[in-house]
Design a protein around this ligand. Structure first.
Ligand SMILES: Cc1cc2nc3c(=O)[nH]c(=O)nc-3n(C[C@H](O)[C@H](O)[C@H](O)COP(=O)(O)OP(=O)(O)OC[C@H]3O[C@@H](n4cnc5c(N)ncnc54)[C@H](O)[C@@H]3O)c2cc1C
Length: 424
């Protein structure tokens, strides 16, 4: 059993332990360190890192990056596309678009695409500069509240403790079990990714766009990374083997079959997909309680979504920003913090916002993957949308709410079936 101390400086106890060094954990650690707290991150992996694929970050995230003083660095690493275009994956016809230049004017901050490892690296450097202690090879298997804070139990037998523990340990969160005995929900969809040098694209790809082709039980996303030097692609489809209950599902033969009947532009991208790994798509049902005493969930541990809204990492970044703002607002002149109040304020606002995103992501996935008459109705509705109508994005791209009162109302859904609209 290991006995070496976790901290390089055991004499200076941490105020906050963050479990998990993904984008959620690191961004929260940075946000709290920026408020003058001593923060230690415990990551199970040997090294801090992220999968080398792309990430879309919308104005509700770039606004926070700006507040952190990190936006220019992220901009220098990413791409600022001019439009996001949704097309039908079968006939290739345009359905709707966002003018991302106008969208930046509307919301004050840009819509960007960035390599995940680049964004993760920005937070890692920011954490180091802010004095966050970063510990690897530290797998947390248990949590308990104590009289003065909370303690974590590591797989190698060590323990660590602090006033507060933030569990940012992802979809398979151990800490979540403190609050609920639930399991990830299998969508039977699987994602293939590829991030390749643009020269490998073998054809002209318009990197001024984020392109999304939506089709029956499948969709395909494409955009540029690293100043246009790389092409990022995501191919998502429903696995017949998953639906049949087979254990070995989402395999490359299914990828090829799923995109067989799509338009030329989509089929041209499929041979580039990585075939040695794929991501089965799970989310969880929303939960409204994220705090157990001095232990709080954050990021995918609290709200793993289906990725169709491209808001999973963004929600995690928002969580840390909101928590840090409430901590700052509850610090007394002697430096003490009303943690109970800060965690309650965090829990009053974030779960409802994330519940909305999780529910919308599921509904969005259903809309994207329609077939038959429903697909045609969807296409008619989407084509009728005015490019400059922001009523569907205001609730998500506007400023991140700090209180329930600041949370904007959601859009009014338009029924696909016109008869439903007539009958109310
Ligand atoms: C195909 C795909 C595309 C996506 N696209 C987007 C997008 O465009 N925009 C967007 O905002 N989101 C997107 N997402 C969602 C986004 O990737 C996630 O929501 C986000 O990465 C969650 O971050 P996290 O830090 O909460 O969790 P994770 O990234 O899962 O990080 C958890 C960390 O905790 C560590 N850990 C886990 N268990 C333990 C333990 N017991 N002890 C110690 N450490 C532990 C892990 O090693 C990991 O480092 C996408 C997801 C997928 C699958």
């Amino acid at each position: 059993m290991a006995t070496s101390p976790i901290s390089a400086n055991p004499a200076a106890p941490a105020d906050v332990l963050v479990v998990g060094g993904g984008i959620g954990g690191l961004s929260a650690a940075f946000a709290l360190a920026r408020e003058g707290l001593r923060v230690r991150v415990l990551e199970q992996a040997r090294e801090f890192g992220e999968v080398g694929a792309g990430l879309q970050i919308a104005p509700n995230c770039t606004r926070i990056l700006h507040d952190y003083g990190l936006l220019e660095e992220v901009k220098s690493l990413g791409v600022l596309p001019r439009s996001m275009v949704m097309r039908d994956a079968v006939d290739g016809g345009e359905l709707t678009r966002l003018d991302l230049v106008d969208l930046e004017r509307e919301y004050g901050f840009p819509y960007m695409v960035v390599h995940r490892s680049d964004l993760h690296g920005v937070f890692l450097r920011a954490c180091r500069a802010a004095g966050v202690e970063l510990v690897t090879d530290a797998r947390v298997d248990g949590y308990e509240n104590t009289a003065s804070g909370a303690r974590v139990l590591l797989a190698d037998g060590r323990t660590d403790e602090a006033r507060i523990v933030i569990a940012a340990d992802g979809l398979h969160s151990v800490a979540r079990r403190l609050l609920i005995e639930d399991e990830p929900v299998n969508s039977s969809y699987v994602a293939y990714r590829a991030a390749v040098p643009i020269g490998q694209a073998g054809r002209d790809v318009d990197l001024s766009e984020v392109s999304v082709h939506v089709g029956p039980r499948c969709h395909f996303v494409q955009y540029g990374l690293r100043g246009g030097q790389m092409l990022n692609q995501v191919a998502v489809f429903e696995s017949p083997k998953a639906l049949a209950g087979e254990a070995d599902w989402g395999t490359p033969d299914e990828l090829d079959a799923a995109f067989d009947a799509t338009c030329r532009e989509v089929r041209a991208g499929i041979p580039l997909m990585w075939r040695d790994r794929w991501w089965r798509m799970f989310d969880r049902d929303p939960i409204m309680t994220w705090v157990d005493g001095n232990i709080a969930l954050l990021g995918d541990a609290a709200h793993p979504p289906l990725q169709y809204m491209a808001q999973g990492a963004i929600m995690a970044i928002e969580d840390g920003w909101v928590l840090a703002r409430h901590v700052a607002a509850r610090r007394a002149a002697d430096g003490s913090i009303d943690w109970r109040g800060a965690l309650a304020a965090y829990e009053a606002v974030r779960p409802e916002h994330c519940r909305r995103v999780l529910a919308t992501a599921r509904a969005w996935g259903e809309l994207w993957h329609l077939d038959g008459v429903a697909r045609l109705r969807r296409n008619t509705l989407l084509r009728a949308r005015d490019t400059y109508d922001y009523s569907f994005t205001d609730w998500i791209y506007g400023p991140t709410a700090l209180t329930p009162e600041e949370e904007p109302p959601m859009f009014t859904p338009i029924p696909l079936d016109p008869a439903m609209a007539l009958n109310g």
